[in-house]
Design a protein around this ligand. Structure first.
Ligand code: SAH
Length: 241
């Protein structure tokens, strides 16, 4: 089978023999930027049907069509792991979303906390970053990025079967890691640059399903902490084993 060099997310059902129409942006990318011609192959995924090798059957800068040939990858779901984080500066927030998608988070939840620096996010832009990350890392699943919500509100409606890996900077240097933790529904919680308030910390320590953990002897920036925590969790309980 011809292996496509370009991967593209499409919001369209995919199955062998399926024709997929392209919008203006997709056509511009494939035919003007990547200079693909009729007969070229593109790898398509839509987040639910896996990945298909699709042939360009019509190409112009304003539109075009692809024809799906064989499936090249089944849908591979990430573990049931959420990343909850407090948004920081724009470029670093973008980084967290991109890395979370690459590292295999199933859902990405920005929250505002007592010391959150930025009170607004562009959910649509963050979702687009998650999608691009899936395109480039070979993923067949795109994690949902939710709207900004208050940490308190999120915890108020919490499903007690989902455990929380609470990354607590107050434990810096302590030997608190995931250790013997088990279970397959999890969320990682990372605070903002200002860290968690004492009120948040005591509330989180009192939750039976929250596991306070340390990420080593140094205080990490929130974006570093997110990647480090995803690594530790994937290694202990996720799909790296
Ligand atoms: N300003 C705070 C640090 C915040 S770091 C202070 O100086 O104490 C941002 C977030 O990254 C923290 O809220 C925490 O979730 C995570 N983090 C950073 N370093 C950590 C560590 N060594 N252990 C656990 N969590 C850490």
């Amino acid at each position: 089978m011809v292996q496509a060099k370009v991967r593209l997310f499409v919001d369209h059902p995919l199955t062998e023999g399926q024709t997929v129409p392209l919008n203006k942006d997709q056509s511009n990318y494939l035919f003007a930027v990547m200079r693909l011609k009729e007969g070229a192959f593109v790898a398509l995924f839509n987040g639910v049907d896996g990945e298909y090798q699709a042939e360009v059957t019509a190409a112009n800068k304003r539109g075009g069509t692809l024809l799906c040939h064989a499936q090249s990858k089944p849908l591979q779901m990430p573990p049931d792991l959420w990343l909850i984080f407090a948004p920081i500066k724009k470029a670093r927030t973008d980084f967290i979303v991109e890395k979370a998608a690459e590292m295999g988070a199933a859902k990405i939840l920005p929250v505002s906390t007592d010391f959150t620096n930025s009170e607004r996010i562009r959910q649509d832009r963050l979702q687009a970053h998650a999608l691009e990350a899936a395109e480039q890392c070979g993923g067949t699943y795109v994690p949902e990025v939710t709207e900004l919500q208050k940490l308190d509100a999120l915890l108020a409606g919490w499903d007690e079967n989902r455990q929380i890996m609470f990354c607590d900077e107050a434990l810096v240097g302590a030997a608190e890691v995931l250790g013997a933790a088990s279970g397959d529904k999890w969320a990682i919680l990372i605070g903002p640059e200002g860290g968690f308030s004492e009120a948040e910390r005591s509330k989180l320590h009192a939750l039976p399903y929250a596991h306070p953990v340390s990420l080593g002897p140094r205080i990490l920036r929130a974006d570093t902490a997110a990647v480090a925590a995803l690594t530790v969790w994937q290694q202990h309980l996720g799909d790296w084993q």
